[in-house]
Design a protein around this ligand. Structure first.
Ligand SMILES: [Zn+2]
Ligand SMILES: [Zn+2]
Length: 275
């Protein structure tokens, strides 16, 4: 069994208010709890609540391996990390990782040290207390025992990565956000998502809005559905909701998306999917 729980489903910037209560306003962060280890995808503002749950849950204790994987490092995907309470516990270890051969040369430590330098935040990365390790790979895949991670680089300003995560029991989640397909659906992403138990995909815009946001690096919900259909996935969760799309708008999108691909949900904060 794997448990997926959404803590941040908003793209670009966090929002709050009565019009956003159903879906939530925190930026991107997803917990994936496999049989052996914990994976956190991106560290948007949603990671703050995730951290509190991690501390409160005895099953997610200090000794469990925990990886933080990043699609890319735009603000809405890293901004919550300084508020991730478990990282202040000297008894815990976290592995911050950017898998992908094109990313082998980036200075991963400096990305996170910079966002926590004193001009921006009172506590340094090292001063947080937990042991933080950095993992980069010269390949587009990485494996621990029978669990594996595979990535493909996709189109987004500055580049971003889709992830295919398989746990030790063979369950597969594909995480694909901040992707602009362009006129054609990205074939590499479809292949990465092939037969997945769950596809989590960017759906920031509608197809009608998309031409106005060419070059901004995102998908329409219709494109998310197209990837789900072409890849024959079992379930689709659409995420990275636009900050201007309120609950009413998103409920309507969900209705339309389900009419095309019945096993679709629009991701909501605190929503859990068991696969
Ligand atoms: Zn984003
Ligand atoms: Zn981005």
């Amino acid at each position: 069994m794997a448990r997926i729980k959404f803590f941040g489903v908003r793209g670009s910037i966090s929002v709050f208010g009565r019009k956003f209560e159903e879906f939530g306003g925190n930026t991107t962060c997803v917990l994936m709890e496999g049989p052996e280890r914990t994976v956190i995808m991106d560290a948007g503002t949603g990671i703050r609540e995730l951290g509190k749950e991690l501390v409160a849950d005895p099953d997610l204790g200090v000794g469990r391996e925990c990886y933080l994987l990043f699609s890319h490092f735009h603000w809405d995907h890293i901004q919550g990390l300084p508020f991730f309470v478990p990282a202040y516990d000297p008894g815990r270890t976290f592995t911050i990782s950017a898998i992908g051969r094109d990313r082998a040369g980036i200075d991963l430590r400096s990305i996170f040290e910079t966002q926590m330098q004193q001009d921006y935040f009172p506590v340094t990365l090292e001063g947080m207390g937990a042991r933080i390790e950095f993992l980069q790979t010269p390949e587009d895949h990485y494996g621990v025992e029978s669990a594996s991670v595979k990535v493909v680089r996709h189109n987004h300003p500055g580049g971003a990565y889709s992830y295919r995560l398989q746990d030790t029991e063979g369950r597969v989640v594909v995480y694909c956000t901040d992707i602009e397909h362009g006129d054609e659906i990205d074939r590499n992403v479809v292949e990465l998502a092939r037969d997945a138990d769950l596809l989590i995909h960017d759906g920031q815009y509608t197809q009608e809005e998309l031409p106005r946001f060419r070059g901004w690096g995102h998908s329409s919900w219709e494109q998310a559905v197209a990837v789900a259909e072409q890849a024959n996935v079992k379930q689709l969760a659409i995420t990275h909701h636009d900050p201007d799309h309120d609950d009413r708008f998103l409920l309507e999108v969900e209705k339309q998306a389900r009419a095309r691909f019945p096993h679709t949900v629009l991701a909501r904060e605190k929503m859990e999917i068991i696969i």
